[in-house]
Write a protein that binds this ligand. Structure first.
Ligand SMILES: *[C@@H]1O[C@H](CO)[C@@H](O)[C@H](O)[C@H]1NC(C)=O
Ligand SMILES: *[C@@H]1O[C@H](CO)[C@@H](O)[C@H](O)[C@H]1NC(C)=O
Ligand SMILES: *[C@@H]1O[C@H](CO)[C@@H](O)[C@H](O)[C@H]1NC(C)=O
Length: 289
């Protein structure tokens, strides 16, 4: 090992800065949209959408992170939620931004939400996968977790992996490992596209629409500028999410995931030959798990 990189590793190990914020939304997030409507009560964040709130309300994390496990319990807008979109996502800023998404497209009472996932790397997305929930996401809180390390991004719902995006940088596919991301939540009026492609509009007689969040638990490495790119990628005991243990899902977890994907996945960009005119994104032919 060259002297320079040895020094860097030592500095990185000493300066290593990971954290465990224990489930307090109020201490780790702030409302960035529609503050007169949103409520943050202890650990409970309520995003509210009504006609006077305009287009949206939302909150974001105070800190920026690079890798970790990002857990949030969410209870979606009940009853007639058609035209609304509730989100929970990580994003950096700028034209070459990275982003990891959970979005929930509302529906009329009794009809299923759509759980929409996507990932942007270096400004490029177009990697949508969508699912119907196998539970009623409005009846109770459910655990939506993004596990992100230098090798892989995994989307979990209630501990079941539903999607994996593996690091294939050596094949020329950018991976989110060069910039920090903040965590965002929002509730939108998206009735020009969200429900059945915009066919079903928001019914304001059902307002206010309320989405509930709690137990935000970002167990992750703080992003404090370029030095963090090296620091946060080092597998140490305190940044356990980078451990080789998390580079691959167990056979059991893969089984759980395949079962959910075969029954509940309703859109996969990798199968959309028409959209990509037959030239499929490279990762579509590479094993993800
Ligand atoms: C929403 O639906 C539940 C049962 O499905 C019902 O008890 C409740 O009154 C409804 N709320 C509104 C605001 O319509
Ligand atoms: C939420 O799911 C993640 C990923 O499976 C898991 O690590 C975490 O313990 C779960 N949290 C709760 C409160 O169940
Ligand atoms: C809403 O319900 C309709 C009818 O069941 C379904 O086709 C659609 O996928 C559902 N979800 C959304 C967000 O449109």
């Amino acid at each position: 090992m060259a002297f320079n990189s040895l020094v860097l590793v030592i500095i990185a190990t000493i300066a290593f800065d990971s954290l465990l914020v224990n489930g307090k939304i109020s201490s780790s997030m702030y409302v960035n949209w529609g503050s007169h409507h949103c409520k943050m009560i202890g650990d409970d964040l309520q995003l509210v959408l009504d006609k006077s709130a305009g287009k949206s309300s939302g909150a974001q994390s105070k800190r920026s992170f690079l890798f970790g496990s990002f857990e949030m319990l969410i209870k979606l807008v009940p009853n007639n939620s058609a035209g609304t979109v509730t989100t929970y996502y990580l994003s950096s800023i700028g034209t070459k931004h990275d982003e990891i998404d959970f979005e929930f497209l509302g529906n009329i009472s009794g009809q299923p939400y759509i759980i929409h996932t996507n990932i942007y790397t270096q400004g490029v997305g177009n990697r949508e996968q969508q699912f119907y929930p196998w539970f009623d996401p409005t009846a109770d809180f459910h655990n939506y977790t993004v596990h992100w390390n230098p090798n892989v991004v995994v989307w979990y719902i209630d501990g079941i992996p539903i999607r994996v995006f593996r690091n294939y940088q050596y094949k020329g596919i950018p991976f989110p490992n060069q910039q920090g991301m903040r965590v965002y939540t929002s509730l939108w009026n998206a009735d020009e596209w969200a429900t059945r492609g915009g066919l079903v509009k928001i019914d304001w007689t059902n307002a206010p629409f309320i989405a509930r969040y709690k137990n935000f638990r970002p167990r992750s490495c703080y992003y404090n500028g370029p030095l963090s790119i090296v620091q946060c990628a080092i597998p140490t005991k305190s940044n356990w999410w980078t451990s080789p243990l998390y580079n691959k899902l167990s056979a059991y977890k893969v089984g759980e995931m395949n079962s959910i994907r075969s029954k509940y996945m309703i859109y996969d960009y990798c199968k959309d030959v028409k959209r990509f005119k037959g030239v499929m994104p490279i990762e579509c032919s590479l094993a993800q798990y």
